[in-house]
Write a protein that binds this ligand. Sequence first.
Ligand code: PCA
Length: 219
Amino acid sequence: MGAVLAHSSFFCYLICMKKILITAFEPFGGERINPAQAVLERLPEAISGAALYRSVLPVSYRKSAVLLLEQIERVRPDAVVMLGQAGGRAKITPERIAVNLDHCEARDNDGEQRIDSVIDPEGPAAYFSTLPVHAMLQEMRKCEVGCAMSASAGAFVCNHVSYEALHYISRMGYGIPAGFIHLPYLPEQAEGKPGAASMPLSAMVHAVQAALAAIADSF
Ligand code: PCA
């Protein structure tokens, strides 16, 4: 009987738990690793009472957002956190804004290039992140890792999924927080790129956990 009760309370705990959908990207641009994927694989099952549901997205304008929106419908999360690589940045950077534009010289992993292409002609020019960016930065600073708010995620696939997620959540009236965090190169990626900044994986994992705790504590 005790075992049955223990079992049912365990399932209640799982069912009652808040859910954070967290995504990363596969490697792109000739890299063999994406720091976001490496971090995602090392996160615990749950943080501050919120269960983590993870998904690795393709670096593809056409496929990434379709998959992400499917995951939002499947998981019905309480928050959506998207991670990606920003090679060259020295700090972990929560993005404040996502713009309604695909524009990058670089091709995605399908070989597609988009130049000055509006994502949704009917959509607003931009969305602010709805994650508690300042609380996240405050918690990450306690880990003594470099972090700063960013005012531009660029206009490549990371911005694309970020805009699509915020646009979908807004249109559906889900009212859940969502936003993007860019991560620096890993040290092994920076080798052979003179002057390129990087950050150890353990520091990024630690900081992202702190940011997720701030998010989980905010709802
Ligand atoms: N970074 C790219 C796309 C995938 C990733 O991890 C970007 O910043 O758009």
